[in-house]
Design a protein around this ligand. Structure first.
Ligand SMILES: Cc1cc2nc3c(=O)[nH]c(=O)nc-3n(C[C@H](O)[C@H](O)[C@H](O)COP(=O)(O)O)c2cc1C
Length: 161
């Protein structure tokens, strides 16, 4: 399958998960095009701006993709503004396409802001007419380690078919 992986990542966690999943998908024979989004103004946790004030400078063309994977962090209880802006900008191209959202976050339980943020992305994709897959949440435990990333990457890969 042609996979478009669109990543929003400030401190590298979501990018790490995306890169792991991407390597596994390519190993399995999929064609993956990974884009880490760049924004103007750049992502800033000290001076965050709303989605409407963000311009994405490298939005990929996903029109040839069979499936779009879109991932990023939870900020202040919801998907970070760049992730929301990416969903908005990509939405005209999502109609009829499979979309798999995923989020990473710092709380140790998915029900603490992880699931709700994922559901926000799922609803936006659904509104755009996408065929929305369940998605994946990577929470942080006292020891977020490689096996947790691996488990989340395995879940992502299992959904790509
Ligand atoms: C401004 C800001 C707000 C955050 N708010 C939340 C939050 O509400 N819930 C949560 O679980 N994690 C929160 N986090 C933690 C990030 O979601 C977490 O570290 C994530 O894995 C970062 O992903 P990244 O490294 O790809 O940017 C916040 C981080 C920042 C910088």
């Amino acid at each position: 399958m042609k996979v478009a992986m669109v990543i929003c990542s400030h401190s590298g966690n979501t990018l790490k998960l995306g890169e792991m999943a991407s390597a596994m998908l390519m190993e399995a024979g999929h064609q993956v095009n990974l884009t880490q989004l760049v924004s103007d103004p750049p992502l800033s946790e000290s001076k965050p701006v709303g989605a409407n004030a963000i311009r994405i400078t490298n939005l990929p063309d996903v029109s040839a993709a069979d499936i779009v994977l879109i991932g990023g962090p939870v900020w202040a209880l919801r998907p970070c503004p760049l992730l929301l802006k990416a969903m908005a900008d990509l939405s005209p191209k999502l109609k009829g396409r499979k979309v798999l959202p995923f989020v990473t976050h710092a709380f140790p339980f998915a029900w603490l802001t992880g699931n709700s943020s994922l559901n926000t992305l799922r609803k936006l994709a659904s509104k755009a007419g996408a065929l929305v897959l369940p998605g994946v949440v990577l929470s942080r435990s006292a020891k977020r380690n490689m096996s947790q990333y691996q488990e989340a990457a395995d879940k992502i890969c299992a959904l790509v078919r």
